[in-house]
Design a protein. Structure first.
Length: 139
């Protein structure tokens, strides 16, 4: 399969499902989180997410129901799509709720900085009022 680029991401078989999930998220919230997209695509269960947040799973990819190549592709398509929607990226820290010490949660087994950032970046709708696709004005 070809590499996903800004010119080709809409042609990828994952794109329609990602865009549907993002639209559903934006109907309810102003922030799109990669974790919410994974839940919306039924690749991650809320129970597994909670296990990871509590530190009972060493890294999130372990409980995502998807191979790492497809997962990396999904994250890349998501980044291109939210950019086209004019959502603003912001870094988020995922911290394990421990007594006394704060420990950063890991998304990947390897701890690769680029992948960790891809998982932890949130994308927010900067406008006032409900989200609407670029170019569409609410009356």
């Amino acid at each position: 399969m070809r590499a996903v680029t800004v010119a080709t991401f809409r042609d990828d078989p994952l794109f329609p499902k990602i865009s549907r999930v993002v639209a559903i998220i934006l109907e309810k919230d102003k922030v799109v989180r990669p974790i919410d997209v994974l839940i919306g695509m039924q690749l991650l269960s809320r129970d597994d997410l909670e296990e990871w947040r509590c530190g009972r799973v060493p890294y999130l990819e372990k409980v995502i129901d998807c191979n790492l190549t497809r997962l990396s592709r999904l994250l890349r398509i998501l980044q291109f799509h939210v950019h086209d929607l004019n959502l603003v990226p912001s870094d988020a820290a995922y911290i394990r709720p421990d007594r006394g010490q704060k420990r950063r949660l890991r998304f990947t087994k390897t701890g690769d900085a680029k992948l960790e950032k891809a998982y932890s970046t949130h994308f927010a709708w900067p406008g006032k009022g409900p989200w609407h696709p670029p170019g569409v004005r609410s009356s």
